[in-house]
Design a protein. Sequence first.
Length: 518
Amino acid sequence: MTKEKVLIFDTTLRDGEQSPGATMTHDEKIEIAEMLDEMGVDIIEAGFPIASEGDFNAVSAIAAQSQSATICGLARANYKDIDRCWDAVKHAKSPRIHTFIGTSELHRAIPNLNMDEMAERIHDTVTHARNLCDNVQWSPMDATRTEEDYLCRVVEIAIKAGATTINIPDTVGYTAPVESAELIRMLINKVPGADSIIFATHCHNDLGMATANSLAAVEGGARQIECTINGLGERAGNTALEEVVMALKVRGDIMPYTTGIDTRKIMNISRRVATVSGFPVQFNKAIVGKNAFAHESGIHQDGMLKNSETFEIMRPEDVGLSGTSLPLGKHSGRAALRAKLSEMGYDLADNQLKDVFVRFKDLADRKKEVFDDDLLALVTQNDAADDRLKLKSLRVVCGTEGPQTADMVMEVDGTDIETSATGDGPVDATFNAVKAIFDHGARLQLYQVSAVTEGTDAQATVSVRMEEDGRIATGQSADTDTVVASAKAYINALNRLLVRREKSAPGYDVKGVSYKDT
Ligand code: KIV
Ligand code: ZN
């Protein structure tokens, strides 16, 4: 049976990164884009170039380094956005402009346009984009709540104006699978010119139906799925790339479609996105959760030992989990570490390996066996050389009688500062010490601890989310000492807050009538 190809459009770096607190640094975006390209993603939505200088630079750099993937940028329905987007993506071997406007009654009210005025704007902006770039995607935002006749009308206008892909977003995660399939089918049947373009589906997961809706849309005729790694995205997130890709692979018997994704690269990119976004993957998350391939109950283990197909519908290796994994220990040398990291998808340069090796030896001294997950935590420590704040030393006194005391030395802009602070528990005392050394107005929004591996000598991974004046940053760290990991994660979040750029124009509204101004 020949299978039709479904294009995978990844928007981790745009819709995913837009999730409050998921901001990534420039280098992290470049790295994720490279991983997406290598895993076979067809189109990478690299950002929203008009939103900030940082977004523009990231999209331009990703475009310049792209190998196989088409690089796409987002633009609202005005010439300024579209020009800025083109300036960023034009460096790519295969560039795409993605322009959108909200077409439902609720969304038309935002720029205060009536149906005819909006139709005219769609015509003009898509034409403008197409004059710059051969590859133009157009989205009627909130399509699933747009009046059907109006949706057909504006899709036809966009196609006539030169759009090559029409994306149908379920912006608020409202639609259900039968409707998702039917909507695409209806557009293909009714809109003149629909057979000359590709329909895409873009689903949000507010009702937990994003994956089902995306697959249903493919049944209805869509040939591009928009998704993010780990389902990262605003509110309940977007369709998870790993879920749709694995569903199409495992259930090819009833869904005869292929993707170009090398599924063995899924696990590494999932872990990397979790680290850099600061959004950990839930343990029981499909495909990439820690428990997705764990069979702990007695009956399951018995069945698995006899025949793994008893309870497994896909092999761990298919998503990049190595089957048997021998731990390293304190006698393991640099070559063994290099080989293990390479097996895990991390080919480090000599100076990076040197750095990781020092941290590995330090960990191996404190922990008998160093597992893959421990190594991953070591490799993905996200401290940067130019961080303004660095933890130099920490000693905490705990006990049944409070308050607990934290003695800390922290480097601030190159100068060591020492303090002692008390608190309600060791973590509180530690965070108070940081604040005593570096006063800040940031509010702690989330503090989360999880064990990397099993055993009492396991490393703890700590995630911290902080907010200051509407800006949000997350920090992560791992250490066998939970309080040290907490201090480092807290300082990491503060460092990120300090460098975080303000996003000046990321709103979705297209207010004002001067959309033709460039
Ligand atoms: O959810 C949405 O509608 C979007 C559009 C910008 C495509 O992300
Ligand atoms: Zn979206």
